[in-house]
Design a protein around this ligand. Sequence first.
Ligand SMILES: CC(C)(COP(=O)(O)OP(=O)(O)OC[C@H]1O[C@@H](n2cnc3c(N)ncnc32)[C@H](O)[C@@H]1OP(=O)(O)O)[C@@H](O)C(=O)NCCC(=O)NCCS
Length: 325
Amino acid sequence: MSSIPSTSKPKQSGVTIRPVREEDLPTADRIIRLAFGTFLGVPDPSKFMGDVDYARTRWLADPSAVFGAELAGELVGTNFATRWGSVGFFGPLTIRPDLWDRGIAQLLLAPTMDLFERWGIRHAGLFTFAESAKHANLYQKFGFWPRFLTALMELPVGEERKSVQWTCFSEFSPDEKQSCLQACREVTSSVYEGLDVEREIRAVDNQHLGDTVLIWDGSRLAGLAVCHAGPGTEAGTGKCYVKFGAVRCGPNAAREFRRLLDACRQFAATRGATKLDAGMNLARLDAYREMLGAGFRTFRQGVAMQRGANPGYNRPEVFLIDDWR
Ligand SMILES: CC(C)(COP(=O)(O)OP(=O)(O)OC[C@H]1O[C@@H](n2cnc3c(N)ncnc32)[C@H](O)[C@@H]1OP(=O)(O)O)[C@@H](O)C(=O)NCCC(=O)NCCS
């Protein structure tokens, strides 16, 4: 696991970039809600996103990947980085609204880029507001360019018939979990070399955020979906959120993807969710069409910004679910 650099003194007067500690999490959570709620103009920004949690769940997944900005002894902004093997993304990046446009986000991004460097990230990106010139300008300074729209989609979930066979990661013994993680790596690296979502699978398992849904082709893993469900997770009450899903690359990928979507719907029903939430980068055209065909509808669109011209796994033939939200 990478460690973050020791506290650095930035040029801007008074702001210090430092690691985020557990006791900072309530403030970090408050700033996330306030910043997004203010930007989107909601009536009570502090209540934005209800019981969805990012700060605690992402910090617990890897405390060394979270940076805080401190001013006059107070935490005023945070950024959360995520490593999926050779792939890295960051967010939520938020600054207390009364301190916007003073360069604080840029101070948080500098060490995040250093961390990506140390992690050996080859495909780096983020999800942001497609309509915001400010956001595009900010991230372009760090080599990220607006690429494809990313649709945040949802599907109503009702009484689901069990039409496909699937299992859950949480049912396995510790030894079985180890071999399952290896099988998951095989599936994800068939899509993009070095892509590895062990961090997400373990975070969901250790923190009881939901489960990883697995579909099989005989004894061979065909696909996986890391799902959050319910309050205190990235899904929130009444929802199941597919944070990451992928099927093995190959001639059967479209069929297996349909099976994976079915399995996720059924899993969502077992958790009492009434909506299945999943994001799709529209560069993955075939997968997007499958989602529409399965009944998903877009409730919000943003844009994926990617470093350099490398498309990574955002290619038409890739059957993968994620949105870097
Ligand atoms: C987005 C956010 C993190 C930026 O934080 P910040 O501390 O205000 O950002 P910075 O001051 O470091 O950088 C913003 C840059 O955009 C520039 N900018 C501001 N408005 C702009 C506009 N309309 N068009 C182009 N550039 C603009 C600023 O001038 C600054 O660049 P400069 O240093 O060259 O002058 C903050 O506004 C926020 O918390 N927003 C709400 C939550 C959010 O949207 N998070 C990001 C989700 S991806």
